[in-house]
Design a protein around this ligand. Structure first.
Ligand SMILES: [Zn+2]
Length: 346
């Protein structure tokens, strides 16, 4: 039996269309009424977009309803689904806390309200019924001012039991003019022993070598093997893992052909760069992690050996997996021990 680790999943994009639709019907009829029926909503929500920017717009729709009061509703269903349908033993859930605070507040008040959001997400993630080890990654955002991003990093330091790392998200073209800020914030995070990932080298507009040295994992990073393979050696030497989310690149118009993904995996494997396969926005794509795995196999992007290497890499590069061993070896030893006791009559 395999249990999996998911390292790159957005809280906003993790809501599957059916759950979001039911929530709208029960609590936000004004949003449900924009669509004639569920089928029209699902089509709107899950259809591929032509750019990353257009794709990210959908996040704002979900973020607007993921308030402090509503977060437990969504997180309960997310973890239940992850346990039952995806065999997840470990989940890093990422989001921008600022966007879950009330819009009517001032910026300072919203910054002050971020801590409570982290606590709400933390409490909602601990479910004895569906015991997935869950931690938060806090996302800085390219559209948010420096003060908010700095507060996000500071909160990551204040909640080490719940927050396992930081990220930067929100459209990679926008990092350009504020690169110094992000370099400084990442440097601050590393100096406080906060673990780091970041959406980088996802699109051709998001290639910033200045940020690379600060990242322990690279969110996407597919442009490295595709367009900057000369960097692979450094990436391997730093022990950085690429978080590759196969469905995303076709939803955002970043890639056209599945064969491009084959090149991504092959070049990483050849260079000794670890890859974790992730979903990014499992709800928005309506594709769960085991289906990402299966698609890569059936589309002949990777084989079973490659897949198992990526599944193992996900646990090795997890920021907060609490055990020395991976679940597969823990379960195997347990079963063998039980069998030995039965055979010996113990
Ligand atoms: Zn992402």
């Amino acid at each position: 039996m395999s249990l999996y680790a998911e390292l790159h999943r957005h809280l906003g994009g993790s809501v599957v269309p059916r759950v979001l639709w039911r929530y709208f019907q029960r609590n936000r009829p004004d949003l449900a009424d924009r669509f004639s029926d569920y089928a029209e909503f699902e089509q709107f929500y899950t259809q591929p977009k032509s750019t990353l920017e257009e794709y990210l717009e959908l996040h704002t729709l979900v973020e607007s309803v993921q308030t402090k009061e509503a977060l437990p509703y969504f997180i309960y269903r997310l973890i239940r689904g992850a346990y039952i349908f995806e065999n997840l033993a470990y989940l890093e859930l990422r989001y921008t806390p600022y966007y879950r605070t009330p819009e009517r507040l001032t910026q300072t008040e919203r910054i002050d309200a971020m801590a409570e959001i982290i606590e709400v997400v933390g409490r909602a993630s601990q479910q004895s019924e569906y015991p997935v080890v869950t931690r938060q990654i806090l996302c800085m955002h390219s559209r948010l001012p420096y003060e908010v991003n700095r507060a996000t990093v500071e909160l990551a330091a204040q909640y080490p039991d719940q927050v396992c790392g930081i990220d930067v998200a929100g459209g990679d073209a926008a990092y350009q003019e504020r690169l110094d800020e992000f370099v400084q914030l990442y440097a601050q995070a590393r100096s406080q022993n906060i673990k780091t990932t970041g959406h980088l080298y996802e699109t051709e507009n998001g290639c910033y070598p200045e940020l690379l040295p600060y990242l322990m994992r690279i969110g996407h990073g597919i442009q490295i093997p595709l367009k900057h393979p000369e960097l692979l050696k450094q990436v391997a030497a730093r022990g950085q893992c690429l978080e590759i989310c196969p469905t995303t690149y076709f939803q955002t118009g970043t890639l056209d052909e599945i064969s491009q993904l084959k090149q991504v995996f092959n070049r990483c494997f050849d260079a000794g760069v670890d890859v974790a396969i992730c979903t990014d926005n499992a709800g928005l794509h309506n594709v769960r992690l085991p289906f990402e795995y299966e698609n890569l196999l059936t589309q002949d992007v990777i084989g079973f050996d490659g897949l198992r290497a990526c599944q193992a890499a996900a646990f090795r590069h997890a920021f907060a997996w609490p055990h020395a061993e991976q679940p597969v070896s823990m379960i195997s030893s347990l079963l063998k021990e039980r069998e030995r006791l039965v055979v010996s009559g113990g």
